[in-house]
Every structure is written in C-alpha cells, then in structure tokens.
Ligand binder design. Structure first.
Ligand SMILES: [Zn+2]
Ligand SMILES: [Zn+2]
Length: 140
C-alpha cells in the first residue's frame, strides 16, 4: 500500500476523489460518502458556505420566534378544541418577527379546531344513533 501524500511513512487508506492524492486515516475526510483529503474538504466547505450568503443573513430573524408558541396551538386541541384562539394569539405575538411561522401557527390552530369539532360531531352522531353507549347516558 502506498504512503499518505501528506504524512510520509503512514499507510494510505484511500485516495481523494477530488485531487487523487493518497490519504491516511488521520487526514481522510468523508463528505456525502466520498473520501477527500483535508485541503479539498476545506475548499468544498468554504465554497458551500459562500454559496448561501442570503440564508445566513435571514437566520437570526428565524430564531427570534420561540418554538414554545406552538404549545398554544397544539395544547388546546386536547382541552376543548379552542386551538384557533391559541393560533390567533401566537400569530399576533410572532407575526412581526417571523410572518411565515406565525402564519403556519394560525393555519394549524384553525385546522386543529376544525378537526376537534368534526371529531365531536362524529362522536355525538354515533351516540345519538346508538352505535356507542356510555354507562348512565341514554340517547333514545
Ligand atoms: Zn484532495
Ligand atoms: Zn495523512
């Protein structure tokens, strides 16, 4: 086996797919299941981060809204189905900082409310039609 191109005397374990130089265990870098030497991996990493400057700029805005607001939308679903109120509150509180997230919380609040109303209607319908029976309750 050949020696590492960067560390003479060390056995190479593979070759860089980019420049073809031999690499040892210490300087072998795997990116997306391909083997690179360290200089090539660094070059790829720099190229990648420079290619998306717009995303880096918007990142602080995205982190300005806490994920805890989702609890306002999801928790009410299990306690009476007033998710749309929670969604409305979460939307009003977060829309200036993260309109996209605020919008999706409002939509989910409404969707969860509709789901719980539908479940309630189906449940009552099944009860009145006699498909379900709860002890002590008569619907006839
Ligand atoms: Zn290389
Ligand atoms: Zn090496």
């Amino acid at each position: 086996m050949a020696d590492c191109s960067y560390h003479p005397g060390k056995d190479a374990v593979g070759a860089c797919v980019s420049c073809g130089k031999m690499v040892c265990l210490a300087c072998r870098t795997e990116l997306q299941e391909k083997v690179y030497c360290q200089p090539c991996a660094n070059k790829l990493f720099v190229a990648k981060t420079e290619a998306q400057p717009a995303k880096v700029e918007t990142a602080p805005v995205q982190t300005g809204v806490s994920g805890a607001w989702w609890l306002l939308v999801i928790l009410p679903f299990f306690f009476g189905g007033w998710s749309w109120i929670g969604g409305l509150i979460a939307w009003a509180a977060t829309k200036s900082r993260d309109p996209k997230k605020a919008h999706s919380m409002l939509i989910w609040g409404i969707v969860l409310s509709v789901i719980s109303v539908v479940i309630t209607i189906i449940f009552i319908a099944l009860l009145t039609l006699g498909y379900l029976s709860i002890e002590g309750m008569e619907f006839e």
